[in-house]
Every structure is written in structure tokens, then in C-alpha cells.
Design a protein around this ligand. Sequence first.
Ligand code: T68
Length: 828
Amino acid sequence: MSAADSSVAHPEHDRSSLSRESLKRAFLDHLLYTQGKSLEIASKNDLYQSLAHTVRDRLVRSWFDTSATHQKRNARTVAYLSAEFLMGPYLGNNLLSLGISHEIRLAMSELGLDLDELLRQEEEPGLGNGGLGRLAACFIDSLATLEVPAIGYGIRYEYGIFYQTIMDGWQVENTDAWLRYGNPWEIQHAEWAVQVKLGGHTEQYTDDSGRFRVRWVPEKTVAGVPFDSPIPGYRVDTTNTLRLWRAEATEAFDFHTFNRGDYLGAVNKKVTSENLTKVLYPNDESVQGKELRLEQQYFFVSCSLQDMLRLQQHRGQPVTSFHKSFAIQLNDTHPSIGVAELMRLLIDEHLVPWDRAWDITRQTFSYTNHTLLPEALERWPLELFRRVLPRHLEIIFEINARFLNEARIHFFGDETRIARLSLIDESGERYVRMAHLACVGSHAINGVADLHSELLKRDLLKDFYAMWPDKFTSMTNGVTPRRWVALSNPRMGKLVTRCIGDGWIKDWSRIREIEPYADDAAFAAEWRAIKRANKIDLASLLLRKTGIKVDPDSMFDVQVKRIHEYKRQHLSALHIAALYHRVKSQRNLDITPRTFIFGGKAAPGYMRAKLMIKLITAIGDVINHDPDVRDRIKVVFIPNFSVTVGQCVYPAAELSEQISLAGKEASGTGNMKFAMNGALTIGTMDGANIEIRDEVGEDVFFLFGLTAEEVYALRREGYRPMDFLRRDGELHAVIELIRSGFFSRGDSALFAPLIDDLLNHDPYMLLADYDSYAACHSRVDQAYRDTQAWTRMSILNTARSGKFSSDRAIGEYCDRIWKARAVPVEKR
Ligand code: T68
């Protein structure tokens, strides 16, 4: 909640409102007065909504106090700008933060209700694609817990990431109408709505004081309305805000059109405006260059910057000290238009001179890059850009002219480098390069793991690095131990707390203190029992969602993440088919029984990725039904992988598959969630895998595959996948099996696009890494047979995962980039 309403009188809600009696009272009141139901006739959703409102009420007081403190202290506020926030369900997390899970459970059970069942009612807001959106969610959790003033700014998509079902082994997309029953966590603030211009043209004029100015005459104006949700820190008085913008028509009706008698035309305009925040683009790691996407980006960024300027004024601060009040982080290039928008607001609307405005802008912004994949780099065709944002294009030209002048001095005579650095790509059709805008307009640029940051400096952003080496830094990602351990894995949480106290929840580095227990037989036995209980829970989820029965005593080998060729789920599929081939050729082969679990969504237009899902399910279908296998191998694809499903998966996993081609996965964050929950990693030297291995030790990590250096070398010398196939008889047989249609009822054409590509191009070098991967799996197979040794490794793995908390990451961002500090909330 913003500082602006901190002066509003509010009802007294003190800690006594957290007693069981008052929780029950409040719950029944909401059921009656908010939902209009009695206990007898309430639906499960009514009960959930009432409970959610009861909990939200208990956050409002600290929400007020937080904004009042931040306003009074004029504290430097972190504005985390992200087109995606993949929050996961709120109820469980908010109960955890408040510390009232137990009382609520008892209160509910005294009313004859089961808290777990109510928790399951919550429809998670899937306002993100994957890692990038989930990182934003972990980061705002850590900011609140560390008591750092922060606002998460984003888009309130009416439809989040599509709901995935699997039909006949194929992905089918369904709309995600997550707002169907309302969202009890948000508060709409119509009074802070802002106007956003789009399209049109610009005009030059001289104002009354003789100053040369530019006026933007837009084609249309859309209103942005903020919806706020409270983000409570864990057991602290800080409750920060997630502020998501919804687009609305500026007038309910366009009266001009209306008066001409075109009622439907007028309504149509309203519908068009509201399309802006209708749906999340479901493409991770690739861009489509759609006009609506640019409008979405500009819309939420403009709303957010206008909102910050309003807060700045409310705090009684001049616009020229904007950078002292706000540190804005660009979560990838999606919000990078903010650089030009802040310039526009400062020079056109607040009449700040260019140089001063540029200084403020650069001191305000910093930019995180999340990918090296060329297809994910945002660039907008210049003409499209001019159509949507004519004024911004002018500003970008001016920024570019000044920047290239500076670059020419730096790189005297090197015009090819100047062309590479330019904000405008002029090598063919002209484009605006958003990453370049972000680099030029920011004082800090970071990658999300050490290898990734190095590759950025060496490859993608090498010219910027040559010019401004000091801007570059590395910030290894992290994940919140609140959601990903305390909430997801309560059994493990309890055991750990019994041994070392509960300090680990706020300070995950203390998990190190369980290391001595790795050799304690009783602790190890409990550790094992917990993993088994978590596996039983997951097994029942798998049965419910897929009808497939799995053995909780088999090894749970898991790969959950977006489906992408570079992540190489099909490498895993080849290996599973090879295992099957082995079992078929030697009927009594002694292998460790395994359950291979997959989950993840493919971008709807990414045919190869969809075919990868079909390949996995097709292989699974044959294996799961072959009596010769005798349940030694099971393959399950969990539909609709989400934060909610993840909370059940990570705690039950024993082997974490992190098998991207080295140099392709910027960091990964699932790898961290698995490690914290005691799953050992089989992985390549990619992204944060390298740092996980450094932390846990090489004997607690199953390493395989080429290094990034080796990948480059192999590519330089000319990679021929066939060379690798000829060397490996088993792989050859497996590929023939797939190609022949064995897994596709004789349809030998089905998987041809995948297989032919592997044999002829194999850009992600599956064939080069296959041998090493299969050999590594044999080591895993052997290691798992020694239960005690495996358990010991699992405990050590968790004990040494302290680095991968988002609290550590946020601490580094605060110190090194944002210069932001904790500001304890003053209670009133
Ligand atoms: C991921 N990126 C990285 N992108 O792939 C992953 N992209 O290695 C890293 O751990 C994570 O970011 C957090 O840093 C993404 O998730 C997207 O989802 C995305 C969405 C839209 C457009 C482009």
C-alpha cells in the first residue's frame, strides 16, 4: 500500500486478532458478510475466500505502518520492474509469514473444516512463464523479509500462463481464467489510476517562456489502474507491495462516437483498451515482435514510473532527486523502455534539462540479463516502434547520437564496433535493440550466475564491457527458503528445526549446521523416512493427475522446467529408451528401479518442444505397459507444472536433472530448489550448476558433458553429430527404434523432425554429450544402491546449499547495485 493512504484512519487490528477465537469470529463474519453464506450452504470456494480475507485483514495494519515508515524516512525504495511475477498460491505463504498456520488450522478444525482442503482451493496466479517470473517472486519475498523498502511493479494479466492438459500424449492449451472467482488478496486503487498515451505523432513548439519543446499527440489514451497485494516479510513488521496494472478505457464510453449514434463502436474502443492486459505472452526464451506486446511493456512501465513520480511528490521531494528515492531494477529487457520513458517524463513533462535528466536516469536504472539465446533478444522493427511510441523513438535517437559520440572517442576509428554498439540495428531492416537501451541507460548490468556473467562480457555485451567494464557484475540467483523449504517441505523443516533451531528460515546459510548430522544414523533414518513420505505424497498426486501408479521405493528422477531444446529433455528421453532397450535385451538385468518424472510447458507455437513432450509420453506409454519391464522403469509426465505442483515435486525428488548444453542455461533456479530439498544433481557445467557443485563438493554431484569452452571448440572445428553416433552402438539402436515408429504405433514420420535434426545439425549437441550422460547415469544407479551413502550425500547436499537463498542474492543487490538498506517499520 502506498504512502498516500497512510493518513487514512483504519480500524484497530492488533496482535490479539491472531487468537483462535478472533480468527474464528472473523472467518464466520467474512463468510456471512463478504460471501453472503452460512457454514451450512457455503461452497469450498466461499470458505477459502473467507479465510483469505481473514488473513488479509491481519496484514493490513503492518501494510499501513510500512508505507508510513517508508514515507516518513524517505527511504530509498527498490522498484522491481518485471513483466512477470509467478507468485504461487498466497494463503499458505502468508500464514507462514504471520506465524498463524497452527492457530488457523485449529480454528478451522473447530469449525469442522480442514485447512489443507481450503489451501487446495486457491487458484494460483500464473502471471509468468518460468524462471524469470518466479525469480521476481522470490526476490520480493526476500526484500520484505530483509525489511528493504520495495515495490514490485508488473502487469495484472487477466489470463495467466495457459493451463496445460495432456491428450493422447500431446500438450493441449486451455485458458487460465484465474480471476473467475475473484482475487481476495488484491485491493484496487482507482484513485491512483494514471493515463498512458499510445501512437499518434509529435509536434514541436515554443512555450510561453520561449523554450523549445515537443508535444506528443497520441492516437489513444488508456487508463492504468493499480491492484495492490500485500507482501509480508517473514515474522517482521514489514509488508511491502506488489502493484500490478490493469488497462481500462479512459472513459467508460467514447462520448463523441456515442453521440454520433455508434454505441457499439464506442463500446468496442473500451474493449480494445482492455485487451492490453488481457493475456500473458506464453513464450519464454523467444520473442515474437507483436505490437500488443510492446504496448503491454510500455503500458506497465509508464504506469509504474508515473506512480513513482507521484510518490516522490507525496514525499515532498523534487523530481531532480528521483534517483535518491528509487532504485529501479529492469528484470530483463521487457521493461527497458523505461529508460526512454523516464527521460520523456523528466524532459517533456517536468522540464528538466537533458543532461540532468540523463544523469538521473542512469543513476536510477540497473539491468539484469537472463539469457544469451539470440532468439530471446528483444528488438523491435523501427517502423512498428515509431507507430506505437513516436516520442520515444526520437528520444532513443538522441540518446544514441550522444552515446555513439562517446563511443567514437573510446573506440577511435573503429566504425564496425560503433555499428555493433548502436541502439539501432541497421544491418538490414532497421530495429531498436532493447538490450542496448538497457545497457546505456543503466549504471549496473548483471548476469544471473558467474558463468553467464562471464559469457555476457565475452560475447553478447563484449563491446559494452570494453567501454564500461565497471558497470558489469555477477549476481547468482537464489530462491526463497520460506516457500521452497518451510512451506513445501514441512517434514524436513521440522526435523531441521529440532536439531538446529528455526534460524534457518530467515538465514538459510545456517543450514550448514546440519552437516555434522550426516553421520548420525538416527538423523539419517529420519531424513530417509521424510523423503519417503514426500515421495508417497507425490505418488498419490501422480496417480490422481495421470492415472499412473509409481513405486515410492523406486528412485524419483525428476526434470521439471519449461520444455526447450536447449534444456534437452530429449537427451533424457534417449537415455530412458536406451535403458528400456537394455532391459528388453537382457530380461533379468539388475537395474535400480526408477521413476522418471517430467513436467513443464512448451510455448504453444514451438512445434519442436511440443514434439518433445509427445516423445516422452510415447516412450513412457510403451515402457509403462510392457510386462517385461516389471515396473523397473516408469515414466510420468505431470500435466500443468506450476508453482503449486512444484511445491509437491521438489521435496520428493532424489535426482535432479540439470542437463542443458553448457553455456545455454543462464542460471537455473529449479536446480537450487532441488538441492535445498536434498535431491542430488546430475548436471552439466552450466549456469548455477557450477556453483552448486563448488558448494556441495564434486563427490556429491554427478557431473557429465562438455564444458562451455569445449562446446565452443567443438563448434569451431566443425561439429558432426554423425561422428558421435557411429561410435555408440546403443545410441544408434535407440535412434533407429524411435525412427522406425516403435514408440509411435508404426508411424515412422512422427518423430522425424526431431531425429533428423539430431543427426544432421544437433545444435544443442545431444549426441556429443550422450555417452557421458549415460555413463553418469550408471554411476547414479550404483550410488543409489548404497542407501546409507546416498542419504549421507543427500544431507550434505542440503547442508551446503546455503548460498542459494534469494536472501543472499538480494543482500548483494542491495549492497552492490541498489545502495538500499533495511528500514525497520515503526509500529503505530
Ligand atoms: C530464465 N529465463 C533463464 N525467461 O532461462 C534461467 N524470456 O536460466 C534463469 O535461471 C531464470 O531466467 C532466472 O534468472 C526465463 O525464464 C523467460 O521466462 C522469458 C519470458 C519472456 C520472454 C523471454
